[in-house]
Design a protein. Structure first.
Ligand code: 5AD
Ligand code: SF4
Length: 467
C-alpha cells in the first residue's frame, strides 16, 4: 500500500471514531500562500475525517496551527495563542496540533515541549500528509506525538483538499528552495527544491477548470526554476503535454479551457530566462503583473544576501520585460536593515523603487533567524534605525501607489468578480489583471465572471468602478 492509501485508511478510522459526535475544528494559518495551500489540504483531510470547521475557538474540539517562521512576529503570535488555549485545554480537553515551518526548528519544538506540555501533536513540513495517522494515534492511544523529520519529504499526490474559494485556486508546483539567501530560513525548514510531475499539475488544473474555477496561482518558493534541479541532477520526470520547464508549463495551462487567468509566485530574478518572458507575453491568460522580489537595491547588500544579481542587472531585467511585454507591471518584496546595510546603501533601495514604480511593495524589517548566515553577521542594524528606514520606504511606496492608482481613472479594466465586498454587502469586489481590488455596484449573478469596468476613482488600497 502506498503512503496516501495508508493515510486514507486512517481517515476512515477517524471518521468512524467521530460518527455522531459533531466534532469541530479551528485552524489558524500563518505566513505565505504555500502555507495557505497546505492548510487547504489539512482542511480537506479534516473534512473527510468528519470534522466541520468553526471560527469560534470555544466551540472547537481540535485547534490546529499551521505556522510560519520567516519573521519573528509569527513566533510571538503562536506563543500568545498557546497561552490562551491552555485554559480551554484544562476546561474541556481540546486537542491541540501544531504544524508547519516553525516546527522544523529544534529550538521551537524544545520550547513547546518544555513550556507548553499540553500540546498534543507537533508535525513538520515533510509529514503534513501523515496528519490523519497522527490524529488517530492521539484519539485512540492518547499519547503525545512528535512527527517531524529533517530529510526532504517526497511529493505526495492525491490528498483531499478543501479550497477557500470557488473562483480562484492555488496550485503548488514545487516544494523547497536551493538558493540559501543569507537572511532566509526557508531552505532549512522546507528542504531542497523538488518539482511536481507535469501530469499531476496539468490534471489538477483541468479538474479545477471542470469545477468552475477561473483563476489559478502557481506556487513555489522559486517557481521559475520549476524542473531545473531535476534536469541538472538527471532526476527522472515524465514530460506531459510538452511540459519540461516553467515556460512550457505556462503555455500548457494557458490552453486549458475554462481557466481565464494564471498567476504565479514567487519567481527569482536570477532564473528569469527569456523563454519565461516570452511565455508571459504570448499567453493571453497569464497576468501581466510580475512579482519580482528585489529584497535590496544595493549591489553590495545583494551580494551579502547571496541574491546573485546586481542592482543594474535587476533594473535591466525590468527594462527588458517592459520592452517585451506590453502593459507589464511589477510588484516586489523588500527587506530593510539587513546586517551592514548603510544609510547610503539603503538609498539604493529607494532609488530602485523610484525607477521601477511597483504596483505593490511587500515591505519587511530584517528579522534575525537562528541558523542563517545573516544571524551570525556582526554588524546588525539597531531596531530603531531599521524602523526609521521602514517608515521612509513606506512613505515613498504609498506616494507612488497613489500616483499609479490615479493612472487607472477613466480606463476600462477586465475584472474577475470574486464576491460581495466585505465592508458593504451591496457592492461587489474583484481584481484587475494587475491584482488591484475594484469595488463596484452589480448583480450578484456576476460573481465568478469576468466583467469590463470603467474605473471612476482611486482610494489608496482599492479602486471604484462601474459597469
Ligand atoms: N527578515 C525579513 N524578511 C524576510 N523575508 C524572508 N526572510 C526574512 C527575514 N529574515 C521576506 C523576503 C521574502 C518574503 C517572503 O519574506 O522579502 O521574499
Ligand atoms: Fe528564501 Fe531566497 Fe529561497 Fe526565497 S529564494 S525562499 S528568499 S532562500
Amino acid at each position: 500500500m502506498n503512503e496516501i492509501e495508508i493515510q486514507k485508511q486512517y481517515i476512515k478510522k477517524v471518521r468512524e471514531n467521530n460518527k455522531n459526535k459533531k466534532q469541530k475544528y479551528i485552524i489558524v494559518t500563518m505566513g505565505c500562500q504555500l502555507n495557505e495551500n497546505d492548510s487547504e489540504k489539512l482542511c480537506g483531510m479534516l473534512d473527510e475525517m468528519g470534522y466541520t470547521k468553526t471560527e469560534k475557538q470555544e466551540e472547537a474540539d481540535l485547534a490546529l496551527f499551521n505556522t510560519c517562521c520567516v519573521r519573528e512576529n509569527a513566533e510571538d503570535r503562536l506563543f500568545g495563542k498557546l497561552g490562551e488555549l491552555k485554559k480551554i485545554k484544562e476546561q474541556k480537553g481540546i486537542i491541540i496540533a501544531i504544524g508547519g515551518c516553525m516546527m522544523q526548528e529544534k529550538h521551537i519544538t524544545k520550547k513547546i515541549k518544555e513550556s507548553y506540555p499540553f500540546v498534543d501533536i507537533i508535525f513538520g513540513t515533510h509529514t503534513l500528509h501523515k496528519f490523519p495517522e497522527d490524529l488517530y494515534k492521539i484519539l485512540e492511544e492518547k499519547r503525545k506525538l512528535e512527527d517531524v523529520i529533517d530529510i526532504d519529504g517526497k511529493i505526495y499526490e492525491g490528498l483531499p483538499i478543501k479550497r477557500d474559494s470557488k473562483i480562484k485556486a492555488s496550485v503548488t508546483i514545487m516544494n523547497g528552495c536551493n538558493n540559501f539567501c543569507s537572511y532566509c530560513i526557508v531552505p532549512y525548514v522546507r528542504g531542497r527544491e523538488r518539482s511536481r510531475q507535469p501530469r499531476a499539475i496539468i490534471e489538477e488544473v483541468k479538474e479545477l477548470a471542470k469545477q468552475g474555477y477561473k483563476e489559478v496561482t502557481l506556487l513555489g518558493q522559486n517557481v521559475n526554476s520549476y524542473l531545473r534541479v531535476e534536469k541538472e541532477k538527471k532526476i527522472e520526470f515524465e514530460e506531459y503535454e510538452g511540459v519540461n520547464s516553467f515556460a512550457t508549463l505556462l503555455k500548457a495551462i494557458n490552453k486549458i479551457e475554462g481557466i481565464e487567468r494564471i498567476r504565479f509566485v514567487s519567481p527569482h530574478p536570477k532564473d528569469f530566462t527569456d523563454d519565461v518572458i516570452e511565455a508571459i507575453r504570448d499567453c493571453n491568460k497569464v497576468c501581466k503583473l510580475v512579482h519580482l522580489p528585489l529584497q535590496a537595491g544595493n549591489t553590495k547588500v545583494l551580494k551579502e544576501m547571496n541574491r546573485k544579481y546586481t542592482k543594474e542587472q535587476y533594473l535591466a531585467l525590468v527594462e527588458k520585460m517592459k520592452n517585451k511585454i506590453p502593459n507589464v507591471t511589477f510588484s516586489t518584496d523588500i527587506i530593510v536593515g539587513f546586517p551592514g546595510e548603510t544609510q547610503e546603501e539603503f538609498e539604493d533601495t529607494l532609488d530602485v523603487v523610484n525607477k521601477v514604480k511597483f504596483e505593490q511593495v511587500y515591505m519587511f524589517i530584517y528579522s534575525r533567524r537562528i541558523g542563517t548566515p545573516g544571524d551570525k553577521m556582526e554588524n546588525q542594524i539597531p531596531e530603531e534605525e531599521k524602523h526609521k528606514r521602514f517608515d521612509k520606504l513606506k512613505a515613498l511606496v504609498e506616494s507612488q501607489i497613489g500616483e499609479t492608482s490615479k493612472k487607472y481613472i477613466g480606463t476600462m479594466q477586465k475584472v474577475l468578480v470574486e464576491g460581495e465586498s466585505k465592508n458593504n454587502k451591496n457592492l461587489l469586489t474583484g481584481r484587475t489583471d494587475s491584482n488591484k481590488v475594484v469595488i463596484f455596484e452589480g448583480d450578484k449573478k456576476l460573481i465568478g465572471k469576468m466583467v469590463e469596468l470603467k474605473i471612476i476613482s482611486e482610494h489608496m488600497w482599492y479602486l471604484k468602478g462601474e459597469i
